[in-house]
Design a protein around this ligand. Structure first.
Ligand code: ZN
Length: 131
């Protein structure tokens, strides 16, 4: 083998090794990225589950306070605010339904008319059965 040929072969080998090395590094980077993505996914899945529980907890406290089974001055203000929002939502929904021309309502035990998909009565805060 000539000097030139062996030099060429050496530099080609070096080049090949360099390519392999950066390929390996790229592969590791992808693996790391995938690990980061799956960690982030797992975190957000757990956070979603936790947030659902927060919501359920909040709703159960809301019901207790709305039904006077629990007393808390600060939370009563929050309940009032939620009730206000519920009234507002009902009001806006009925306006929307007038415009779109569709809505089914049901009557709560308290006499208030609520939309059939309401989870809570907008007037008394009672939890409505899903039928
Ligand atoms: Zn009611």
């Amino acid at each position: 083998m000539s000097d030139f040929q062996s030099k060429l072969q050496k530099s080609l080998l070096g080049l090949q090794k360099g390519v392999q090395k950066s390929f390996q590094e790229g592969k590791e980077k992808i693996q790391q990225t995938q690990e980061i993505i799956s960690l982030k996914n797992e975190i957000s899945k757990i956070e979603d589950n936790r947030d659902e529980l927060y919501l359920a907890l909040g709703k159960s406290v809301f019901e207790k306070i709305a039904n006077k089974e629990m007393e808390d001055e600060l939370l009563e203000g929050v309940v009032d605010q939620i009730n206000y929002f519920n009234e507002k939502i009902t009001e806006l929904k009925s306006i929307l339904n007038e415009k779109t021309g569709k809505e089914e309502t049901t009557t709560c035990e308290c006499g208030a008319e609520v939309t059939i998909d309401s989870k809570f009565c907008s007037s008394c805060g009672k939890k409505l059965d899903e039928e």
